[in-house]
Design a binder for this molecule. Structure first.
Ligand SMILES: [Zn+2]
Length: 400
């Protein structure tokens, strides 16, 4: 078994502790020792550089490459999976070695990466987003067409009533879901739904959480409306995604229940950028994105001030993949320190995904997912361009 030692660098270990000098020895994909003067079969000189834990993005859509309505309607289903290969590499290039796919990627995508057929981040997949009829996951458009085609391996996410909910959660688990996603409010990119309205009733959400819990899975909620956020927290859902209209009561509920917040501050900005770049979006979608964008930052700042647990997520796929680390600058604008933003992208994110025994911090025994950066790692606005090497399980997957 060959061992590699990263020598001469600084370590940001992911816990929020100050940078400290140290060597890291990696053997068989795992970190076996951290200290000074370590030796190994191969030495990787990282003098003047900093090593971070592999980064997380807790909200991506790896098989989504455009939000342009006309382009989506004219893209063959299988083409999206070839595009995903490119999207996964650009995600690795950004130092992101673990993601939670918030709908789109199915078991074939995950398996292709796990088996080494294609390069990509470690992933948890939700396959399809559960939503009520007319909700954020309903792709029915007013002419009567369905924009999304369900297929074997990725059933429709549209459900109404506790009985349908129970069955559909079981179907997603059957197809290999590693996390369950539900929309407890409307959202921006769906054709009709209203982001300020709560969706699905408590009886439906209770069944959903009951079935997911029985299978050992966590639930993530696309939740923008205040009512939808509160319903998700009441039901015991683990993370609120987007959280656009948090009020003080919702923030307090999150603190009481230990609910995580995945802000995705980049998401509405990417929609605006897509529209400015010529993407064809409906007037209704454009109206919605401008409605939410200011409320969003205020809402996230309120949660940050109160001390809600924050995990990094971007909604990449809504905009180009590989720009994930822009989210850190936005989180800092919303009130996190740069160190806290990095912890949200490493340790806290690993806890949200329940993988903290293997990932999220640099510690002996953990998997050797490591990112080597030049310059000041706390200069989060330039973190992405400062990345010089990305290692997943000790293997170089991006950089030099
Ligand atoms: Zn999303």
């Amino acid at each position: 078994m060959t061992s590699a030692v990263f020598t001469g660098g600084q370590i940001f270990d992911g816990t929020g502790a100050a940078l400290a000098g140290g060597d890291i020895r990696v053997e068989d994909g795992r970190i076996t020792d951290i200290g000074t003067g370590l030796t190994g079969d191969v030495e990787i000189d990282v003098s003047g550089k900093t090593i971070l834990p592999g980064l997380f993005d807790c909200h991506v859509h790896l098989t989504t490459s455009t939000i342009d309505t006309v382009e989506r309607l004219n893209t063959p289903l299988s083409y999206r999976f070839y595009q995903a290969i490119h999207n996964m590499q650009t995600t690795l290039d950004a130092g992101v070695t673990s993601v939670r796919d918030a709908s789109g990627a199915d078991l074939g995508v995950k398996r292709a990466v796990d088996n080494g057929l294609v390069a990509g981040p470690r992933m948890q997949i939700s396959i399809a987003m559960l939503s009520q009829t007319g909700g954020h996951g309903d792709s029915h458009v007013l002419c009567g067409a369905e924009v999304r085609v369900p297929y074997p391996g990725a059933p429709s996410g549209v459900v109404d009533g506790p009985d349908e909910m129970r069955k559909r959660v079981r179907e997603l688990i059957r197809e290999g879901a590693s996390v369950i996603k539900v929309a407890t409010s409307g959202g921006v990119l769906s054709p009709i739904s209203d982001p300020t309205r709560g969706h699905l009733r408590d009886a439906e959400l209770d069944v959903l959480v009951e079935e997911a819990t029985a299978a050992g899975l966590h639930v993530m909620a696309h939740a923008q409306a205040t009512d939808g956020i509160k319903a998700a927290i009441r039901a015991g859902i683990r993370s609120i995604e987007h959280g656009i209209y948090l009020d003080d009561e919702a923030v307090q509920m999150m603190l009481d229940r230990g609910t995580y917040l995945v802000p995705t501050l980049l998401a509405p900005r990417m929609v605006v950028e897509a529209a400015d770049g010529g993407s064809r979006l409906s007037d209704r979608v454009l109206e919605k994105v401008h409605m939410v964008i200011e409320a969003h930052t205020d809402s996230i700042s309120r949660a940050i001030d109160a001390g809600v647990k924050i995990a990094m997520g971007t909604d990449s796929g809504v905009g180009p993949h590989g720009q994930n680390l822009r989210e850190l600058g936005l989180m800092v604008e919303a009130g996190l320190t740069p160190t806290q933003a990095l912890v949200a992208t490493t340790k806290t994110a690993s806890e949200l995904l329940g993988v903290e025994t293997d990932l999220g911090t640099i510690e002996a025994g953990k998997l050797a997912d490591l990112v080597v950066v030049d310059g000041d790692p706390l200069d989060v606005d330039h973190l992405q361009e400062n990345i010089v090497g990305v290692y997943k399980g000790g293997e170089l997957v991006a950089g030099r």
